[in-house]
Design a protein around this ligand. Structure first.
Ligand SMILES: [Zn+2]
Length: 484
């Protein structure tokens, strides 16, 4: 049995955000409805923002990211009915009492913003600018989940935009409140846009206008193949719409050499593509990997072992299931990854490696330790018989938790999975391996599955006790039930 998470649909829920708990009248300073209008000139040198409050105006506007450059970039703050001034020290736009219908205006100098910002999502490449909307869209100090927020773009001739938000009209958007809380990207300038429909989802693809080999047909094939591959796990693609930004780039370590999954205000992904190359479809893995993140809840960065580990596991499993390589080549890829994970890291316990991953760059250790735990969980569940598998657990996680507007700890996500499984299998794996500096022990599982490793090469032994489990892991799901 498992718990269904009830959604407090009509309750006003103040989201727990840094900066919201201070100041007078938490709950009184909020506003439930506001409208942005953002003017983007052809020069991209500044964004002119107007934010109007049809009902009640708040007393203070903040930006969610505590980014000094974002505050320094703001000029020309004014209100049409009342007063508005920027308190740079407090990173606050202080509003005199404003009547209903009042609008606040300000400009954001993009060069100052992009040069000083620590955000990896803010950059300028030639005639294109990418910015994290959290650095530009000042909002009431208290945010409510139910807030009704809209945005209209006024684009100069020749400027194209790519944003993650659901459209309500031409250049008009509804902004889920997460758009103001979590990282995302708005890209403006010389872009070629293209829509790809695949696996029941619509992908709004924007390609930065830079020299490239990637054709429109190539984009379609690449995105569609990755989407269909991810859909083999879930039955369909885990979200209905997605923004994809493709950045052709000189240099890099391969045709597609980085990706980022974003969640602010809907979902998005970015991929850097080597200018002179095309993605190697169907095996190209970056898009598959980033897309898979959107089937899981937003897990806090310190617990990357869970989000990256489970995603890494399926990044290897799914292409093999689709027949893009043989079962033994699939196992070889997994075992090679585990080998890299075993060699990587700084010798600290996995929990610490995971927390410090971005400082120590222990990516291989963290990603592949998490993937090893995914394999152990998968084999353990399948050993129990019935419909249980990590696949079914992932489908449960998508249904219950992937699209909740909160950041999850691994602990909470594992508790949810334990409740689904009816026993604490997930939490036990984590409590066994997170405090340990050794890579998760896999030899016993290899033996049971019939994976003999000789000089680093995998040989499959069909007579192994759990050979059926081994085959099932790479079997293409056919007519599977929707799961418990
Ligand atoms: Zn990832």
């Amino acid at each position: 049995m498992f718990r269904r998470r009830r959604r407090a649909a009509l309750m006003v829920v103040a989201l727990g955000l840094a900066g919201c708990a201070h100041g007078p009248g938490r709950g009184q300073d909020g506003s439930l409805r506001w409208r942005y209008r953002v003017e983007v000139p052809a020069t991209l040198d500044r964004l002119r923002v107007e934010v109007c409050f049809p009902d009640k105006a708040p007393r203070r506007l903040k930006i969610d990211e505590d980014d000094a450059a974002a505050v320094a970039a703001v000029t020309e703050v004014s209100a049409d009915k009342g007063t508005a001034r920027l308190d740079r020290e407090a990173a606050t736009i202080v509003l005199g009492p404003l009547p209903p219908g009042a609008c606040v205006r300000y400009s954001v100098a993009t060069e100052a913003l992009l040069e000083g910002s620590g955000s990896r999502l803010s950059a300028r490449a030639g005639e294109v600018m990418s910015v994290d909307p959290r650095l530009v869209l000042w909002r009431p100090a208290t945010l409510y989940f139910e807030a009704d927020v809209a945005l209209e773009l006024a684009l100069a001739d020749g400027v194209t935009a790519s944003v993650p938000w659901p459209a309500t009209g031409e250049n008009k958007f509804h902004l889920p409140v997460t758009a103001l809380m979590w990282a995302s990207q708005a890209v403006f300038g010389g872009l070629t846009t293209q829509t790809v429909e695949a696996a029941g989802a619509t992908f709004s693809v924007a390609i930065v206008d830079q020299p490239r080999k990637l054709s429109a047909a190539g984009v379609e094939k690449w995105i569609a193949t990755a989407a269909e591959t991810v859909a083999t796990l879930y039955g369909k693609f885990p979200v209905e719409r997605m923004q994809v930004v493709v950045l052709p780039f000189p240099g890099g370590g391969g045709p597609v050499y980085f990706g980022m999954a974003l969640r602010g205000g809907a979902v998005g992904a970015t991929a850097g593509v080597e200018r002179g190359c095309r993605p190697r479809v169907p095996r190209e893995w970056v898009a598959i990997h980033e897309f898979l993140h959107h089937g899981m809840p937003f897990v806090q960065q310190a617990d990357a072992w869970l989000s990256e580990g489970f995603v890494t596991y399926y990044t290897e499993i799914l292409p093999t299931r689709r027949g893009f390589r043989s079962e033994s080549a699939g196992w070889q890829a997994l075992l090679d990854g585990f080998g890299r994970g075993r060699k990587g890291g700084t010798g600290q316990p996995l929990a610490q490696e995971s927390r410090e991953m971005h400082e120590t760059h222990s990516y291989q250790r963290v990603y592949w330790s998490g993937a090893a735990l995914a394999l152990l969980a998968d084999v353990g569940l399948r050993d129990g018989g019935g419909e249980r598998s990590l696949d079914a657990a992932m489908r449960h996680l998508l249904r219950c938790c992937a699209h909740t507007p909160r950041v999850w700890t691994a602990e909470a996500a594992l508790r949810e999975l334990d409740a689904w499984a009816g026993s604490p299998v997930f939490t036990e794996l984590a409590t066994t391996w997170l405090p340990r500096a050794e890579f998760p022990e896999l030899d016993a599982v290899y033996r049971r599955l019939g994976l003999d490793v000789i000089n680093g090469e995998v040989k499959i032994r069909q007579s192994a006790p759990a050979a059926a489990v081994r085959r099932a892991i790479f079997a293409r799901p056919s007519g599977r039930s929707a799961g418990p």
